[in-house]
Every structure is written in C-alpha cells, then in structure tokens.
Design a protein around this ligand. Structure first.
Ligand code: SPV
Ligand code: MG
Length: 548
C-alpha cells in the first residue's frame, strides 16, 4: 500500500505536473480502492475518480444520488491504496460556492490532488443522457464557485479544473470559449472541454481557438476512435479514459454470474477469474505480514504441536476395528478433536498429527497429517521421527489420547526450559495401575509456584525398590530452543539401537537425562486423563463436559 509520506512529491504536485507538462498525459478512471490500485499498476500516473463510475458501483444513478460524503469516503480508500494523484469528478461541487469551499477542504484532508467541477445545476445528470436539455449554470455564479474553491485550498498545488458543458448542452464553440475564458480568469487551473460527438471536431476547433491559454483536458469517451496524435497536435494536456474500469468489471461480472447460475458449478469460470491470491496481493497482504513481523511477533505464538496418534489402541474391542482410538467419539466429538481444540484455543494452529493405523479415517479439520507407515511394528519414538521435518524451536509433543484442562497447556508454554514435561503429583487411586512414573529431584511442594525440579528418570513402576515415584508423566512435553537439538541428537543415537522400533517417548526422556540434558518437571495435581480402554470412555465424556 502507498501513502504520501512527504519524502516524495505530493500528489497535488504530481497532478499539477501532469497538467502543466508539455507532453500529452493520460489518467484513467477508478471507482474504489482496488480499481485505483489496478490503474496505478498498469502504469498510469493519475486517476480519474469518475462520478459516473462511483455512482454505478453503488448501484445508483449519476444524478447526485450518492451523497458527497459517501463519495469522499470512497476517495479515501482510493487514496490510501495508491501513490498517484486522484482528480475527483466533483460534478457541480455538490451545491453553491459554500459547499465548494467545504468540499475542497475535505478533499485536501483525504489526500485528493484536485477536483473538476462542471457548469451545470445541482443535482446534475450525466452528460450523455439528454445533454442538450441540460441547463447550464450562470457564468458569474460558476466563477464565484471556482474562486471560492481556490481561496479554500491550503496546498498551492491543489488543482481546480473547470469543465465547460456548453457543447454538451447544444451551445456553440463561441459560448464554450466565452465560458472557458471566464473560468480561467476566475482562477481555474485547467479547462475541461467536453464533447459527445463521435468525431473530435469540436475539441480540435476549441483547442485551436483556445491557443494554450491554460491546460486543456478532454474525455474522448464518444470520439474514442480518434488517434491520440490528433490530441497531441491540438496541444491537449490531459486525456481522461473516463469509465473503462467500471465497464470492464460489469461485463466480466455479468458473464461470470450468468455462467455460475446456469452451470451450478464453478468449473467453467475458475480459470477465467482472478485467483484469490491475486486479491491478497492487491490488498497488500505482504505488507501486513512484514508489519506483523516488526510489531506483533512477540504476541504471536510460534509454538507448534506434534500429536502422536498412530496406534490402533488396545482394550477397545471392535470399537477400533475401523478407526484408531484417537477417532473414538468422546462427548460428541473425536478424542483427537478435543486436544486439537485445546491447542487452537491457545493460538497453537500449527498442529501435526502422526497417524498410522487407519490413517485415512483421521478426519479432523485444521491439522497436518504425517503417516508412520510402520505403525504396526514401531512405537512412539519412530512416530516422532516421522514428524522430524516439522520440528521447530518451540513445540509441544503430546499423545493423542490425552484430555486435560486448558491451564495445563497455558502453564507449560510459559516455561522457558529447553525440555519441560508435565508430571501429575496426585497419588494414584489404584497404585497397581500402569503408567509412566517420574522420579524427580524434588517432590511436588504445592506451596511453591514454579519449583525448580529436574527429572531423574521415568520407569513403568510406581515403586523402584525403596524409592517411590514423585508422579506420573501425563504424556505431554515442551521442547524449546536448544531442546530441539537435544531431541534430534537423541533420536539419531537411539535410531541405531536395535530396540528402536519398540522405544517410546520415555526412552527419549531417559536418554536426555542420562546424557546430562536437563529435563525440567512441571507439576500438576490431577485435571487430566488418558483414554486407554472402553472403561475410560464414559469418564472421559464426563471430564470433557467439564463435570467432575
Ligand atoms: C464521469 O466519468 O463521471 C464524467 C465523464 O463526468 S462523462 O461521463 O463523460 O460525463
Ligand atoms: Mg461525471
């Protein structure tokens, strides 16, 4: 997106240069932000904010049915979207000299470079609709309006173009010249001489008599077949291609709408319309991305999630014949959906699920799926290795059969350690239950927040000789910064282990500890469960519904 940044020539100065240059210059109609941008990209050095086109895009007539402030609002979008000057087709100035004064002030405030006003009576009618019946303004009244406009501008480069409608209204060249001269003397910076003939004769004759007294502007909509050399020879300053953006879009929209309606399909038109990426480009999506990087990156989470969901799951009888356990419905939605929703709620949208058994049945929106093809003969570590190319400097690795309260994830991501695991210190109701038992440097001191606790090892038993485990690892870990290299090194080494296919995440954690890579423990006290058998399904539903 462009904005006048003061470092470059002001838009008003640019328009002035176009009008005063010794070359024949061209500007093109636009009627909103995106058409203005398209006109600029085509190479034009100025924009005609056409009254006809702006009315038409609103779906109203070119009879001042849209209010002037509605027009000014459209202009603001056009000016924001472009770096070239906009000349407003200001109709009659939307009232008398007083309305003209306010219009000029507002246009300058919105970054518009100039305005063209025509010597008709408010509310006006488009020149091509019964033009010869249209009354013209009194010359003195119109001169007062021009002078009032010039006296109101604060930037000396702002341009006021006076449009002579005498030829449209059926008067002769002498009347047109008389008016043009009066307007010039009143302070107009340029004269627009309009004609609706299919030949340029009136324009050429006017220009000859005018003899360069002030820049001349023309609108060759009706005499469009005239080669521009004719205008050049007549010393015309500026040509306005006045309505071709709105007309081309209307023609295209009519064809596309009719095709979609009759075909009831998009197939025929997809290749004929602009790709959505082209809209994003024209809207300046790149600039926003760069700005986000500059101003917003600290607030956006870069955290990724890797969810291990390759196993069929034992203990579910025929429920998992056709789907892995992560697709079992819990409280009305698949188990995997619950964990994905928790991640998304925390702004973690980059979620990779490692699937295996019946991977094709994983039908959860908003995730990337990678497949561990050897799921039947390998374990969690092999699944994690399958997601290696998705590793990042900030990631959560979790089992897909986990249900947990949101705060556990929130607190976990606030940890700064390279590796953090979540350990539940709540004593087991049934101490004989299997699990990943964590033996740590300290027990959970619930009177302390953010205790520095290190993992010593994880084992499958709650008692190891005389030693009692400090809790159960819930199956969720956070890997940050150098932790990523540690995990990669662990995977690389363990992959040479003959037992690698059997290994799980706990083997990786033990490897890290054994290799002096500190694994930080974050204690929680309940508020999670994993789904390991049919018996767990009901309690999982209750848990997911938020009931105790
Ligand atoms: C416009 O584009 O709105 C104009 C030019 O005023 S014309 O339609 O030719 O009158
Ligand atoms: Mg107009």
């Amino acid at each position: 997106m462009h904005n006048d940044d003061g470092a470059r020539t002001s838009k008003a100065r640019q328009l002035r240069s176009l009008l005063e240059s010794s070359e024949l210059e061209f500007i093109c109609e636009a009627h909103n932000g995106i058409s203005a941008r398209i006109v600029e990209e085509a190479g034009f050095r100025g924009i005609w904010a056409s009254g006809l086109a702006i009315s038409a895009q609103f779906g109203v007539r070119d009879n001042n049915e849209a209010s002037w402030t509605q027009v000014v609002d459209v202009l603001e979008f056009m000016a924001d979207a472009t770096g070239i000057p906009i000349l407003l087709d200001g109709d009659t100035g939307y009232g008398n000299f007083n309305n003209m004064r306010r219009l000029v002030r507002k246009l300058e405030q919105r970054g518009i470079a100039g305005v063209c006003i025509e010597d008709k009576i408010f509310p006006k009618t488009n020149s091509f609709i019964g033009g010869e019946r249209q009354p013209l303004a009194e010359v003195s009244e119109f001169c007062g309006k021009i002078a009032a406009g010039k006296d109101s501008q604060s930037d000396p480069d702002f341009r006021i173009v006076a449009r002579v409608e005498a030829l449209i209204a059926g008067w002769d060249i002498q009347e047109a010249l008389r008016r043009g001269e009066a307007y010039r003397k009143a302070g107009a910076d340029a004269i627009l001489i309009h004609s609706k003939l299919s030949r340029p004769d009136q324009i050429v004759e006017f220009a000859r008599e005018w003899a360069n007294r002030a820049p001349l502007v023309i609108v060759p909509t009706k005499y469009y077949s005239t080669p521009v050399e004719v205008f050049r020879k007549s010393k015309i300053s500026l040509v306005i291609w006045a309505n071709h953006m709105i007309r081309s879009s209307v023609a295209s929209m009519q064809q596309v709408a009719a095709t979609i309606f009759t075909e009831q399909s998009l197939i025929e038109i997809e290749d004929r319309v602009a790709p959505v990426d082209e809209l994003f480009r024209l809207q300046g999506a790149d600039e926003l991305e760069a700005a986000e990087e500059r101003y917003f990156s600290g607030l956006r989470t870069e955290t990724k999630a890797i969810v291990l969901a390759a196993s069929q799951g034992e203990g579910f009888a025929s429920l998992t014949d056709e789907r892995p356990k992560v697709m079992l419905p819990i409280g009305g939605k698949p188990l995997l959906r619950h964990i994905v929703d928790k991640f998304k709620k925390r702004g973690i949208d980059d979620i990779v699920v490692v699937a295996g058994f019946k991977a094709e049945s994983i039908d959860v929106n908003g995730i990337d799926v990678v497949v561990n093809a050897d799921y039947a003969t390998t374990g969690e570590l092999a699944s994690l290795a399958c997601a290696r190319e998705y590793f990042s400097d900030d990631m959560i690795v979790a089992y897909g059969d986990l249900l947990f309260r949101s705060y556990i994830l929130r607190d976990l991501v606030e940890n700064a350690a390279a590796i953090t695991i979540v350990v539940d210190s709540k004593p087991l109701e049934n101490p004989a239950l299997a699990g990943d038992f964590a033996y740590c440097s300290e027990p959970d001191d619930r009177s302390m927040w953010g205790q520095a606790v290190a993992l010593r090892r994880i084992a499958g038993v709650a008692h190891d000789g005389a030693e009692r485990a400090h809790g159960r690892w819930i199956g969720m870990m956070r890997i940050k910064g150098e932790g990523r290299e540690w995990v990669q090194a662990g995977l690389a080494e363990l992959q040479h282990n003959q037992r690698f296919p059997e290994l799980g995440l706990t083997d990786l954690l033990n490897w890290l500890v054994a290799n002096n890579r500190p694994v930080h423990v974050w204690y929680v006290h309940g508020h999670w469960l994993d789904v390991n058998s049919i018996n767990d399904i009901e309690s999982a539903g209750t848990f997911a519904a938020g009931r105790v």
